[in-house]
Write a protein that binds this ligand. Structure first.
Ligand code: 9MR
Length: 436
């Protein structure tokens, strides 16, 4: 007889935990000068699994004088994230905005060289610590042209974007590389189509692009529209991940926030959602009260809608529905069903001379996981130097990796990821997974 085990859907109680149950992250923009505000960090640490530096990784912050790199603003954010088990989106490397004075005055070959050096230096500094980089930000024009925005970077030649992506890939082969923009949410808009055509061309020509960031600053001039899901799925169909990178919605209507979450969950390659700030008072558009928390830190109706949408999101059925009714004479089961299921682990390695980054995907079997351990035997000479989204024992030979607080619960058939950077050569790694 076929036993059908009905596992109650687990309902997370924070944005990060509930998103993780769906194999997604939930992030926020963070301002370094707010890390000393305990009301702020209490919400940050409780709710979010991904952070973006709101301004601290931009060009003017990281290279204020040409050739003099400064990480004193961004490093505290990265360190806070890592010590609290959060991942980091890097924002942003090549942009017409927030250029330092020395760069604003540059043109031509000198600017191209300086831009590529900036990409290389900053990505190298954070190698192994960044989930995805916004390599290029806001390079397309608003309006109906569907073409590029004029800027000093654009005037160095139309290939500046792909050159930036190639430099970023060489500097950190383990980070996902994104193109990020706003007003690209409505599938019918020329700007959306312009970016879509660029990504299609990049994929056809082997330019190393992994993801597209949709800022999704929704307001009365650029409202949420129901074809947003078509936009996300159409880009994903090109073979890139999609990420909602700077979400805020004028007035924070609960229904619109719910729709955005449902649209992301409906697209398998939508990795996660980042809101552009925590409390309304933290928003760059504070007067529009566009975020999930009031200025006093209390949850708004939009928060409840987002959490419910994350928890209600569909997961694949654990077993097919029974086709026949079991005969009434069958004996009752004598052993209780197992509480946790099996799991599998797969690894993707990006190797460079002398080191590598490994991204490990943990996938639950036909039952949900409440914790997992992955064992990976490293070849001699390989030594782990840093890791994210898992606790580790051992950094050479046999290494054991266990879930952190936010990614131990994995729904049946769902998956989560962790990763590490190591010196040496990976060879072929064969991770094994066990439920805890
Ligand atoms: O939120 C950021 C704000 O603090 C800065 O003053 C502003 C300056 O350019 O940048 C804001 O962040 C922007 C992001 O980097 C790119 N997309 C649009 C965001 C809102 O302007």
């Amino acid at each position: 007889m076929a036993m059908v085990l009905v596992t109650p859907a687990s309902a997370g109680t924070t944005l990060g935990a509930s998103a993780a149950e769906k194999g997604r992250y939930f992030g926020t923009a963070v301002a370094a000068n707010k890390l000393s505000d305990s009301a702020y960090t209490t919400i940050l640490n409780r709710e979010f699994t991904m952070v973006t530096a709101e301004n601290e990784m931009k060009i003017d912050a990281t290279e204020p004088q040409q050739g003099q790199f400064r990480y004193s603003q961004a490093d505290p954010i990265v360190n806070h994230a890592r010590t609290h088990g959060m991942q980091v989106r890097g924002h942003t490397l090549a942009w017409h905005g927030q250029q330092p004075g020395w760069m604003q005055g540059m043109e031509g070959t000198a600017l191209r060289t300086a831009m590529l050096n900036h990409v290389t230096q900053v990505v190298t500094h954070y190698r192994g610590q960044i989930y995805s980089w916004d390599v290029v930000n806001e390079a397309f024009a608003d309006g109906n042209s569907g073409g590029r925005r004029d800027s000093n970077l654009q005037r160095t030649g139309n290939d500046w974007i792909e050159a930036a992506f190639r430099a970023a890939r060489a500097a950190d082969p383990g980070a996902k590389l994104c193109y990020n923009d706003y007003n690209t949410d409505n599938w019918t808009w020329a700007k959306t189509q312009g970016v879509y055509n660029m990504v299609r061309d990049f994929k056809a020509r082997g330019v190393p692009i992994d993801c597209v960031g949709f800022q999704s600053h929704f307001n009365n001039d650029s409202p949420y529209v129901s074809n947003y899901r078509t936009t996300l799925s159409s880009f994903a169909a090109l073979g890139v991940d999609v990420q909602i990178t700077e979400l805020d919605i004028q007035g924070a209507p609960a229904n619109t926030y719910r729709s955005v979450v449902e649209d992301c969950l409906a697209v398998a390659r939508c990795n996660g959602i980042t809101v552009w700030g925590i409390r309304d008072s933290d928003s760059w558009r504070a007067s529009q009260t566009p975020l999930l928390f009031n200025s006093n830190g209390s949850k708004k109706p939009a928060y409840d809608a987002v959490l419910a949408a994350l928890n209600n999101g569909t997961t694949p059925p654990t077993t097919p529905p029974p086709t026949t009714t079991p005969p009434p004479t069958d004996p009752p089961p004598t052993t209780p069903p197992p509480g946790t299921g099996a799991c599998t682990a797969t690894v993707t390695v990006n190797q460079w001379t002398g080191g590598f980054v490994a991204n490990v995907r943990v996938t639950a079997g036909s039952s949900a996981l409440n914790g997992w351990t992955v064992t990976i035997a490293l070849p001699s000479g390989a030594t782990v130097t840093n890791a994210w989204s898992a606790d580790r024992s051992g950094n050479t030979g046999t290494t054991n990796w266990t879930n952190v607080a936010y990614n131990g619960q994995v729904g049946a058939g769902q998956s989560t990821e962790f990763g590490f950077q190591a010196n040496g050569t990976a060879g072929s790694l064969s991770p094994t997974c066990a439920a805890r």
